[in-house]
Design a protein around this ligand. Structure first.
Ligand SMILES: Cc1cc2nc3c(=O)[nH]c(=O)nc-3n(C[C@H](O)[C@H](O)[C@H](O)COP(=O)(O)OP(=O)(O)OC[C@H]3O[C@@H](n4cnc5c(N)ncnc54)[C@H](O)[C@@H]3O)c2cc1C
Length: 447
C-alpha cells in the first residue's frame, strides 16, 4: 500500500520526491523542537502544478500532508508523523513581479521574508512585515501562521499585507485569487480561509503582497519607566503626539537585566522596572524631553547611530535566554490595560511553584501581545505541562488568547477551547470538514 503510494508519487513528481536516506533530519521538527518523527517522503515542488499533483496523489491514498516553510514555527505546526509526507517549499522561491503602480509584489510561497523585503526596498517600496529571524522564514509560513512581529503596530499582521493568494485544496484543486486591488468585495474573501490556518485548510503556493512607501529614517529610543501604567500612558501619548509609531516594545526588568548582562550592554545604571523601545520616522526628542520632565519616563536614550539602535534591539530579541534549560515560550494576548496585572500574577504563580525559575516578560505591547518565557530547570514532562496549566489558568480571567501570533500547531491544541467558544470551534470543524473531508491536510494540528 505504502510502496504503491510512493511509486505513484515518484512517477508523478520524479526527482522532486525524496525518500529513505535522502530525507534529512531537519524535516522532523520546527523550532519548538517538539517533533521526533521522519516523514515517509519529502516532496520539494517548484511549481503550483507540482503541489497540485502531489495533493491529488495523497488525497487518492488518504495520506496526510504536512507543509513545511522555514521551520521556524514555535508551535509544532510543521512537525510530520511517520506515516505522512512533507511538502517543503525550499525550492519554490522567488519574486515573480513588482508592480510599482499598484504597489504590489507577487511572490512564491518559499521566498524568504528577507529576500522579499530587499526586493521591495530595491524597487523603492517597503514591505510592512518584519520578524526577528527574517532570513529563515518563508512568506508561505508567515501567511499560514498570520505572523505578527515588530511592525504590527504600524502596518498590521501578515494578513493585512496580502491582497491576493493562491492555494491548493486537499484534492489538488488550485484556487487562484491573485487579486491586486485594495478594494474587492465580490463575494467571500477566500484568502482569509488560508491565512492563519496553519496549512490545515489549503496549501499556499503564491501571494500578492501589498507594499508601502518607505518609512524614511527611523529614530529609535530606549526609555525606562517605573510602572506598567506609565508604559501604557507613554504608548498613548506617543501615538497622539509623535504619531506614526513604527514599533513599541516593552521589557520587564528581569528580562532586560538578563539579556543586557549577557550581551554586556549597560544602557543605564539602574535596573528600572520597565523598559520600552520606541521607534518613529518622526522627531521624538521634544516629546521624550517632555515625558522626562513630567516624570512619565525616568530615563531615556535616543540612539545616535544604527549600531546603538541595533544594540537596543539585540537586548529585546534576547537570544541569550534560548540557552536556558527547558525554556517554554508563551505568546498570549489580552486587553492592553490588563497586561501588567497578568504578568505579575503569572510570575508570582510560577515562582511560588518553582522559586528558582526564570520568568521573563516582554512583548509587542501596542498590539496587546505579551511573550512569557519560562525556564524551570527541572524538565520533567509533568513540570512542562504544569507550566502550561499555570500560565493559561492565570490568563483565563483576563479573557486573553492563548496565541497572539505563533499559532496553535500541536502544542497549544489542548488549550484552544479556552480561547474559542463552542460555536466558534464547531464552525472551525465545519470548515475543516468542508475543505478537507478526508482530513489529510496537516492532520492533528489546530482543531
Ligand atoms: C527567533 C524567532 C523569532 C520569532 N518571532 C516571531 C514574531 O515576532 N512574530 C511571529 O508571529 N512569529 C515569530 N516567530 C515564529 C515563526 O517564525 C513564525 O510563525 C513564522 O511565520 C513561521 O514561518 P516558517 O516559514 O518558518 O513556517 P514553518 O515553521 O515551516 O511552518 C509554520 C506553519 O505554517 C505551515 N506552512 C508552512 N508553509 C506553508 C504553506 N506554503 N502553505 C500552508 N501552510 C504552510 C506549517 O505546516 C506550519 O503549520 C519567531 C520564531 C523564531 C524562531
Amino acid at each position: 500500500m505504502t510502496s504503491q503510494f510512493l511509486s505513484e508519487l515518484a512517477r508523478m513528481l520524479g526527482s522532486a520526491v525524496l525518500t529513505g536516506d535522502a530525507v534529512s533530519d531537519k524535516h522532523r521538527t520546527d523550532m519548538s523542537l517538539s517533533g521526533t518523527e521522519l516523514p515517509l517522503a519529502v516532496i520539494r515542488p517548484r511549481t503550483t502544478e507540482e503541489v497540485s499533483a502531489a495533493l491529488r496523489v495523497c488525497h487518492a491514498h488518504g495520506i496526510g500532508v504536512v507543509p513545511q516553510g522555514g521551520l521556524t514555527g514555535l508551535a509544532g505546526g510543521a512537525n510530520p508523523g511517520a506515516d505522512q509526507v512533507v511538502i517543503s517549499f525550499e525550492l519554490m522561491r522567488g519574486i515573480e513581479e513588482i508592480d510599482k503602480a499598484s504597489a504590489t509584489m507577487t511572490v512564491k510561497a518559499g521566498t524568504p521574508l528577507e529576500v522579499a523585503q530587499q526586493a521591495a526596498a530595491g524597487a523603492g517600496l517597503f514591505l510592512g512585515l518584519d520578524l526577528g529571524a527574517r532570513g529563515s522564514y518563508q512568506i508561505g509560513g508567515n501567511l499560514a501562521t498570520n505572523a505578527g512581529g515588530i511592525r504590527v503596530i504600524r502596518y498590521g499582521m501578515a494578513r493585512e499585507q496580502v491582497l491576493g493568494l493562491e492555494a491548493v485544496l486537499a484534492d489538488g484543486t488550485v484556487v487562484s485569487s491573485m487579486n491586486k486591488m485594495l478594494k474587492n468585495n465580490a463575494g467571500y474573501d477566500l484568502k482569509h480561509l488560508f491565512i492563519g490556518s496553519e496549512g490545515t485548510l489549503g496549501i499556499i503556493t503564491r501571494a500578492v503582497l501589498r507594499l508601502h512607501p518607505p518609512p524614511g529614517n527611523i529614530n529609535t529610543a530606549l526609555c525606562a519607566l517605573s510602572s506598567y501604567e506609565d508604559v501604557v500612558k507613554l504608548l498613548r501619548d506617543a501615538q497622539a503626539t509623535i504619531g506614526n509609531i513604527a514599533a513599541f516594545e516593552a521589557l520587564w526588568r528581569d528580562y532586560h537585566v538578563y539579556s543586557s548582562s549577557a550581551l554586556k550592554f549597560r544602557f543605564f545604571e539602574n535596573p528600572y522596572p520597565f523598559w520600552v523601545i520606541i521607534e518613529s520616522a518622526n522627531d521624538m526628542e521634544t516629546f521624550l524631553g517632555g515625558a522626562l520632565e513630567s516624570g512619565l519616563i525616568t530615563d531615556c536614550i535616543i540612539a545616535t547611530s544604527e549600531i546603538q539602535a541595533r544594540d537596543m534591539w539585540s537586548v529585546r530579541e534576547g537570544h541569550a535566554i534560548d540557552a536556558l534549560p527547558n525554556l517554554i515560550n508563551f505568546d498570549v494576548s489580552l486587553p492592553i490595560a490588563g497586561i501588567g496585572a497578568f504578568a505579575e500574577a503569572c510570575t508570582n504563580a510560577l515562582k511560588t511553584r518553582w522559586p528558582a525559575a526564570h520568568v521573563f516578560c516582554f512583548g509587542h505591547i501596542g498590539d496587546s501581545n505579551l511573550h512569557v518565557s519560562v525556564s524551570t530547570h527541572f524538565g520533567a514532562a509533568e513540570d512542562m505541562h504544569d507550566v502550561d496549566d499555570i500560565v493559561y489558568g492565570t490568563l483565563r480571567p483576563f479573557n486573553g488568547s492563548i496565541s497572539a501570533e505563533h499559532g496553535i500547531g500541536v502544542m497549544k491544541r489542548p488549550y484552544l477551547a479556552q480561547s474559542r467558544s463552542p460555536a466558534e470551534l464547531a464552525l472551525m470543524r465545519t470548515l475543516k470538514r468542508a475543505l478537507d473531508p478526508k482530513g489529510i491536510l496537516n492532520p492533528g494540528k489546530v482543531i
